[in-house]
Design a binder for this molecule. Sequence first.
Ligand code: PLP
Length: 424
Amino acid sequence: MISATDTTKLTNADHPTTSLDVEQIRREFPILGQTINGKPLVYLDNAASSQKPQVVIDTLTRYYREDHANIHRAVHTLGVRATEAYEGARVQVQRFIGAERAEEIIFVRGATEGINLIAQTYGRSLLHQGDEIVITTMEHHSNIVPWQILCEQTGAVLRVAPINDDGELMLDEYEKLLGPRTKLVSITHVSNALGTIVPLRQVVAAAHDRGIGVVVDGAQATPHMKVDVRELDCEFYTFSSHKMFGPTGVGAVYGKFDLLEAMPPYQGGGEMIKSVTFEKTTYNDVPHKFEAGTPNIAGVIGFAVAANYLVEIGFDRIAAYEHELLSHATEMLSKVSEVRLIGTAAEKAAVLSFVVNGVHAHDVGTILDSEGIAVRTGHHCAQPVMDRFAVPATVRASLAFYNTPAEIDAMVVALRNVIKVFSG
Ligand code: PLP
């Protein structure tokens, strides 16, 4: 097995064209330097959650050591400092996704809470009996179940746009579903189970032509590509910090300001009010109207630092490097005849979902772990995708810019050993 240091050296030698200094980047992620089961950690589970650079870890520690107090109402110095850092983070996240105003960013626990918020505020006031919500076959459960709950509450109906054998959205079928009863489209930007990048501009344009608003689940996009919500022109966009190298338990919803203004609050409590009497409560301004209770202050600040970290590396370089990694991994896996890739879209993020003939995905995952290699196995919270491809589960290697071709090679070697064991 190649050591972690050798692994990164190999990268730069094999890929002299990349301007990404992967060796340096790996040093910024302390967790990556460890061994697991006596082998150098090969972390290929980034779509589930990515690792944190030192700058994010330091931000959290420093915040708790030096700056912590509750935000918004305090006149004392620490309260002011924490409030400034929290609201400053809102501006950073606004810039990160190209929103027009900081007020268009609502901090939530993550993409899951983001979609639930949109469903229970915007959706609940918009939808009536017989109205339709369009999603796709490739959605994460987070972009299915909140709409099913809303359908139960309102009598609305869920319609599902199909995907083809490569895991791409069938745009013509999608457009056919957009009818007079369609009130909302909710769609992923990048599929977590397949890696497919959805052509959002076309999706949004088709919906807008018919006066339909679009919610985008961006959980798997923001770690990999520059997102500009004004360019996409979607009504809502939601994403999670922990998938983009920031802390867990925090994320954001972007919403067009006028829509946010018109929406009812999500949860009731402190912070989201201007005044409360038993007779009447007046709600706070956007975005505070949607942020009841004490938020994850440290998490929000760390989230913004992670976003800035990505911007500093540069999405052009991240995308170019990950594209090389994906091509290498696809080629290596295609040489293993027992492996079938699930998800072969022309436009793909660095996700490789596959099944191995004769070996259950969980067995593959367990044996790879014994070699220090972390992949995810199962349905990836996307059971309809598994049904679409008639498999119970897949093995998923999901890559980040700190992964290397040598790590992919290590996975393929381990995979060949698994196959040998199971065929012998
Ligand atoms: N949407 C997609 C496409 C995802 O991959 C995930 C997580 O895997 C989510 C939503 C939910 O994100 P979170 O668990 O951070 O709320």
